[in-house]
Design a protein around this ligand. Structure first.
Ligand code: HEC
Ligand code: HEC
Length: 292
C-alpha cells in the first residue's frame, strides 16, 4: 500500500508542476498574443463580395503585372534574371502562379489596392516619404477590376500535393524571395547583399526556426509579424490558414524531420516502462513474501 501512496504523492507533485507551474512560467516568458486572424478584416478598401470576371482579369494582369512578375502557370516566364530583378526592385518580385491560392482573397484584393498598408509596412514607407515601395498601388483601379484580377489569379493557380514537394512549392512562392532554407537546399532568390539594402537587415535562414521558435509562435508571427516584433521589416504576407499550415509543415519536414519517429518511439518507451514497473512490483512482492 505504501508504494501506492508514494506514487500518488508523485503524481500530484508532477501534475502540479506540469499543469500549474509550467504554463504559468510559460505565460510570463511568452505573453499571450492575439490569435492569428485569417479574415484580414482590418483591410476594407475593396468590396470583396463583388464577383470577379476571369477574362477581364487576364487582360488587366497582362497589362499591369507581368512587366515585373513571372506567372509560369500562364506561360509568362521570368524576363530578368533573379539578380537583375532584385537590383531593379530591391527584392525579386515573386512568380504569381499560385498567388490566387496561397493568399487570402481579402488580403490579395487589398494588397493590390495598397501593398504597403496590407503588408503593414507604413512605418517603413510613410505616405509622402522619401522611399517608394517597389510595387505600385493600384488604388486607381475600380474595385470590380481588382476583383477580376483576383478571380483570374485564382483560376490559374495549380493544385499542390499534400506532401513535402507540395509544401516546398508553397514556401518557395511565399517566402523564398527573402528567406533561404539551406537544410532543404533552398537559397533566397534575392541575393543577400541586395536584401540587406532593401530591408535594412538580412532575413534569417529558416532551417531551424521550427525548433528555436516553435509552431505556436510561427502561426502568429507569419500571420502578423508586427504583433510579435514591432517595427520589423518582415511584411505581413497574407497567407490563408491552409497555405500557412503548408509552410509550417515544410519548416518541420526540413528542420525537425525526426519528429514523427520520435513521437512513435515515445509510445513504445512508455509501454516498456509500464510493463517493466509491473514486473518489478511483482518481483518485489515475491522477494518480500519470504522475508515476512
Ligand atoms: C514595378 C514592379 C511591379 C509591378 C508592376 C507589380 N508588382 Fe507585385 N510585387 C513587386 C515586388 C518588388 C514585390 C515584392 C515586394 C516585397 O516583398 O517587399 C511584389 C509582390 C507582390 C505579391 C506578393 C504579396 C505578398 O503578400 O507576399 C503579389 C501577390 C503581387 N505582387 C501581385 C501583383 C499584381 C496582381 C500586380 C498587377 C496588378 C503586380 N503585383 C504588379 C513588384 C511589382
Ligand atoms: C520581403 C521579405 C520577406 C518575406 C517575403 C518573408 N520574410 Fe520572414 N523575415 C524577413 C525579415 C527582414 C526578417 C527579420 C526580422 C527582424 O529581425 O526584424 C524576417 C524574419 C522571419 C522570422 C524570424 C522571426 C523571429 O522571431 O526572429 C521568421 C520565422 C520568418 N521571417 C518567417 C517567414 C515565412 C514563413 C515567410 C513566408 C510565408 C516569410 N518569413 C516571408 C523578411 C521577409
Amino acid at each position: 500500500m505504501k508504494e501506492f501512496k508514494i506514487l500518488a504523492v508523485l503524481v500530484v507533485l508532477v501534475g502540479a508542476l506540469y499543469y500549474g507551474i509550467e504554463p504559468f512560467a510559460h505565460s510570463v516568458m511568452h505573453p499571450e498574443v492575439a490569435p492569428a486572424n485569417f479574415a484580414f478584416d482590418d483591410l476594407k478598401n475593396v468590396d470583396t463580395s463583388l464577383k470577379g470576371n476571369v477574362d477581364n482579369g487576364k487582360v488587366l494582369v497582362e497589362a499591369n503585372c507581368i512587366a515585373c512578375h513571372a506567372i509560369e502557370a500562364a506561360g509568362h516566364l521570368q524576363i530578368m534574371s533573379n539578380a537583375d530583378a532584385a537590383a531593379a526592385y530591391g527584392v525579386n518580385p515573386p512568380d504569381l502562379s499560385s498567388a490566387g491560392r496561397i493568399y487570402d482573397k481579402n488580403f490579395l484584393a487589398n494588397f493590390i489596392y495598397n501593398p504597403v498598408a496590407a503588408m503593414k509596412l507604413d512605418h517603413k514607407y510613410p505616405v509622402g516619404g522619401a522611399k517608394a515601395f517597389p510595387m505600385p498601388s493600384y488604388n486607381w483601379m475600380q474595385p470590380q477590376d481588382i476583383m477580376d484580377v483576383v478571380a483570374y489569379l485564382q483560376s490559374i493557380s495549380p493544385k499542390v500535393t499534400e506532401d513535402k514537394a507540395g509544401h516546398e512549392a508553397t514556401f518557395k512562392a511565399a517566402c523564398s524571395r527573402c528567406h533561404a532554407m539551406k537544410y532543404g537546399t533552398l537559397e533566397a532568390t534575392t541575393p543577400a547583399e541586395t536584401l540587406k539594402t532593401y530591408l535594412g537587415t538580412t532575413p534569417p535562414d529558416l532551417s531551424q526556426h521550427i525548433k528555436s521558435r516553435g509552431e505556436h509562435y510561427l502561426h502568429s508571427f507569419i500571420n502578423n509579424p508586427q504583433v510579435l516584433l514591432a517595427g520589423t521589416a518582415m511584411p505581413r504576407v497574407g497567407l490563408t490558414e491552409k497555405a500557412q499550415e503548408e509552410v509550417i509543415a515544410y519548416m518541420e519536414e526540413i528542420g525537425d524531420s525526426k519528429k514523427a519517429e520520435r513521437e512513435s518511439v515515445g509510445l513504445w518507451v512508455m509501454g516498456y516502462s509500464v510493463v517493466f514497473a509491473l514486473l518489478a512490483y511483482l518481483w518485489k512482492r515475491k522477494i518480500w513474501k519470504k522475508v515476512h
